[in-house]
Design a protein around this ligand. Structure first.
Ligand code: SF4
Length: 367
């Protein structure tokens, strides 16, 4: 299961109201959740459920599916029923699909009021249907589809424009007594995005869904998201996150989980502390670190493993970790909880570390 207890929270969390996306609490002090979005045609129920199963296995807690056609809307009920994690329907342009998604039993609906025509006139009915079914709504403002009126007022998608749009749309729901809302104000530029969320966090008490939209291919997108989410989460802002990558969605989940773990917002499982290597290294540190990471992948017990290239910082770091190796002279000194337990030839380092990790896991797991 997903560890619930924050390891060493980076900052007090912003106080927000709490909503429930299916069984997952968002805001109000609940652990920050990780979400992603399927890339299959939603109308292809089999392929979509298969991808949701893969996402679930990778640690995804909430999944969003696109709903651009009637066939997609027709598939929502089965997907929502059979998915292991709560399903959010993502609706642009057509309010009729908002109602379909609510009727289908989706755990929440994302609307983009910026591109729903005459949104103001529809809110009463949407709020009514959502209230009847207990379905929360995400107001998802996007720089790329900002309300025309605000684009004209601000000239472009500034942080102020994004925030004004979101708060205006929330106020329309509030007029009908509906507050089961979370908000996102996404932009592809982390600097604008950070400022928008900072302003939004101060102006309302709704839980916030963080995202850098169109963040890019895996490398660039990972860095943009890590920087932007890090800046916000380290100030306690953000209740659920979605990393957007032009890469398979399970990769987004991996990155999201790593970001939360790096900030101490989620207990770390495997942490490899490996040195960057230098002219002093006496083993191939890159290869060793990669082999150890691969060998220990999927370990459920939290484990900090030091992989060090030489004896300068090696023994010190290896001693601080649960398990470690400091290499030198074609050999590896293996440390467990600070004690050298054995010295093995270089060729045996990886298998010895894995053996020792298994022993620690056995000792740590409840009988
Ligand atoms: Fe270089 Fe040794 Fe430090 Fe690795 S541990 S970076 S090899 S000095």
């Amino acid at each position: 299961g997903v560890p619930e207890v924050p390891a060493r929270p980076v900052a007090p969390r912003r106080v927000s109201r709490q909503i429930h996306v299916g069984p997952v609490a968002v805001g109000g002090g609940a652990p920050v959740s990780v979400q992603s979005m399927t890339t299959t045609r939603t109308s292809d129920v089999g392929a979509t459920l298969q991808q949701i199963a893969e996402l679930t296995a990778s640690g995804c807690q909430i999944v969003r599916v696109a709903c651009p056609t009637q066939d997609d809307a027709d598939a929502l009920a089965t997907i929502a029923r059979k998915s292991q994690i709560p399903v959010i329907a993502d609706i642009h342009f057509q309010p009729k699909y908002v109602f379909a998604a609510i009727e289908a039993g989706c755990a929440a609906v994302r609307v983009n009021p910026g591109n729903i025509k005459k949104f103001d006139d529809q809110v009463k009915e949407i709020a009514g249907a959502a209230k009847d079914h207990g379905t929360p709504i995400r107001i998802g403002v996007n720089a790329g589809s900002l309300d025309r009126r605000l684009l004209q007022k601000y000239g472009k998608a500034t942080p102020e424009a994004l925030v004004e749009s979101a708060l205006w749309e929330a106020s329309l729901f509030e007029e009908h007594g509906f507050r089961d809302i979370k908000i996102s104000v996404k932009h592809n530029d982390p600097v604008v995005m950070i400022e928008a969320y900072r302003q939004l966090a101060e102006s309302c008490d709704y839980p916030l869904h963080l995202g850098v939209t169109e963040a890019g291919p895996a490398f660039q997108g990972t860095i943009k998201s890590a920087v932007a989410f890090g800046a916000l989460l380290s100030r306690g802002i953000g209740d659920t996150i979605r990393v957007s990558l032009s890469a398979p969605p399970a990769e987004e989940v991996k990155v999201g989980i790593q970001i939360l773990e790096s900030l101490g917002l989620r207990e770390r499982r495997l942490e490899i502390v490996s040195c960057p290597s230098c002219g002093r290294a006496q083993v191939d540190v890159y290869k060793l670190a990669e082999e150890v990471t691969a060998g220990l992948d999927g370990m459920e017990v939290p484990l900090r493993v030091a992989v060090m290239g030489c004896v300068v910082n090696g023994p010190g770091e290896a001693r601080e970790a649960d398990l470690g190796v400091a290499s030198g002279n074609g050999k590896g000194q293996i440390f467990v909880k600070g004690e050298v337990v054995k010295t093995v030839p270089e060729s045996k380092i990886v298998e010895t570390l894995i053996e020792e990790a298994m022993k620690i896991a056995e000792r740590t797991s409840p009988a």
